[in-house]
Design a protein around this ligand. Structure first.
Ligand code: BTN
Length: 262
């Protein structure tokens, strides 16, 4: 167990004009940032989360010292409705960073799961709050770094970690520094130019393209062939009767040849 080097991460943040808090334990780094004082742009990292939040109201397993639990509060001069492509842009930023650090072929499952060999390596949760000048987004990122299989892990879906992929323990500080260096600048790019600059990398990493998928929307399950995403980040799907559908939210599952879903 090697703790994060908190003083050096805080110093690295101030070189980039970003306030960083490194906590030993918190319920959720994203929840903590909801009521953290100014400045608006602020990052919180924790060694452990007791109530880590995942997508669709799920729990994010957050044991101490193994993984990265990172949240960034970012002020956008846009209405929440203009941030629909943000989760895809963040997935591209994270996927680029992980590829650069580990030279592995990661993929993205719409809207923003980072996978390796169809197993989940990292998850992103974006929450938006209206503010007087626009919107605060709290971008929560969980990366499985050194977590190894154990019988009592409460994780429903197939998952992996960088240590399992690389075959050796992986230092967390360089990944945190890379997140601090690249995420706010990537968000500034999204603020200026929207999703367009991220779409080519998205298409290269899209693991659903051309595959049979099921998309759950509320209580309804729809199936068809995934045909990519549009300019605003909506998942495009063609049903068996040729209807083209577009989803701006939901959960997509791959359908395997024998009819099972992943
Ligand atoms: C998912 O379900 O894929 C999203 C997981 C997001 C987890 C991260 S860990 C840091 C931040 N704090 C939270 O409570 N959740 C996010």
């Amino acid at each position: 167990m090697t703790p994060l080097d908190a003083p050096s991460l805080v110093a690295f943040g101030s070189q980039h004009n970003i306030v960083i808090d490194v906590l030993k334990e918190v319920d959720s780094t994203s929840r903590w940032l909801q009521s953290a004082p100014p400045p608006a742009l602020r990052i919180c990292l924790a060694e452990k989360q007791t109530q880590g939040k995942g997508q669709q109201g799920k729990h994010w397993h957050s044991p101490a010292y193994d993984n990265i639990y990172f949240s960034c509060r970012y002020p956008f001069e846009k209405a929440p409705s203009e941030l629909s492509g943000l989760s895809l842009a963040v997935a591209v930023i994270l996927c680029r960073l992980l590829k650069e650090l580990s030279h592995q072929p990661f993929q993205i499952k719409w809207p923003n799961d980072i996978l390796f060999a169809q197993q989940k390596l990292a998850g992103i949760l974006i929450e938006c709050f209206k503010s007087p000048g626009g919107t605060f987004a709290i971008i929560g990122i969980g990366i499985n770094v050194n977590m190894m299989p154990a019988e009592d892990r409460p994780i429903e879906q197939p998952w992996t970690s960088l240590q399992q992929i690389m075959g050796h323990p992986v230092a967390r500080d360089p990944i945190c520094r890379a997140l601090i260096r690249t995420l706010p600048s990537g968000l500034a790019c999204f603020q200026q130019e929207g999703l367009a600059p991220f779409l080519p990398d998205w298409r290269d990493a899209d693991c659903l393209l051309g595959r049979t998928v099921q998309v759950r929307q509320g209580g309804t399950l729809l199936s068809g062939t995934a045909t990519g995403v549009d300019e605003s980040g909506r998942l495009l799907m063609r049903t068996s009767d040729g209807e083209q559908m577009a989803f701006h939210s939901g959960e997509a599952k791959l359908t395997m040849p024998h009819g099972k879903v992943k």
